[in-house]
Design a protein around this ligand. Sequence first.
Ligand SMILES: [Mg+2]
Length: 263
Amino acid sequence: MFGAIIGDIIGSTYEWHNVKTEDFELFPQGSRFTDDTVLSVAVAEKILNSHLSAVNSRKSYALWYKQYYRRYPNAGFGQMFEQWAESDILRIQRSYGNGAAMRVTAIGLAYEDLDEVLAEVKDSCYYTHHHTEAIKGAQAVATAVYLAKKQCDKAEIKKKLEKKYHYQFVPLDDIRENYVFDSRTSYSVPPAIEAFFESDSYEDAIRKAISIGGDSDTIACMTGGVAQAYYREIPKKIRLRAMSILDSGLKKVTGEFENKYLK
Ligand SMILES: [Mg+2]
């Protein structure tokens, strides 16, 4: 869970100033948490409170998103999401942006059965990303987190994702030069997971994710969620620095979630 958040924080400045190298400062001035963190924590809180909810799962996700948007309106939300969150009625939006895939780490970590993970992801997309491409990307990320948590080996995870989602995982060295900012799901998800495949540690995965440029906070957030599930260890120095950037509310929910599901 913190793995995804830390990826978002590290990517937050590089989203605007892309670097095409793995050699960069992890937390330059201006590093902050963004919408990726806020909504990842909203998902975690939905899961932690599932047993209390009187509304159905789809609605519950949507209401938590709206609540977290109201708490952190300046976290860098996209315009389309903002309009959805500010609307007085609960409407269905058909976005194919990577916003659904960036927030699902908690789902991959919390559930013990892959079918449950996939159904839960679908619920998490229902109101904001009612679009096959977005749902597919979110399910692919959650599946990667789930399999990484189960300590499947990387070749096996890759094979499963290729087969089920028909993604192609191209070496980062082959895409880096021409990779640009585009928040389409199918453009962001495969390289984010590829960064994990090519890595040998949590930090290495994040450095590789940022090194292609593009939508860096979101890409590193997805990579970070999978990488933490797999490597378990996040260097203490990195964890502490990122924690100092989070506020107490986000820290509390994330801590509770990790205590329950990452022990
Ligand atoms: Mg962001």
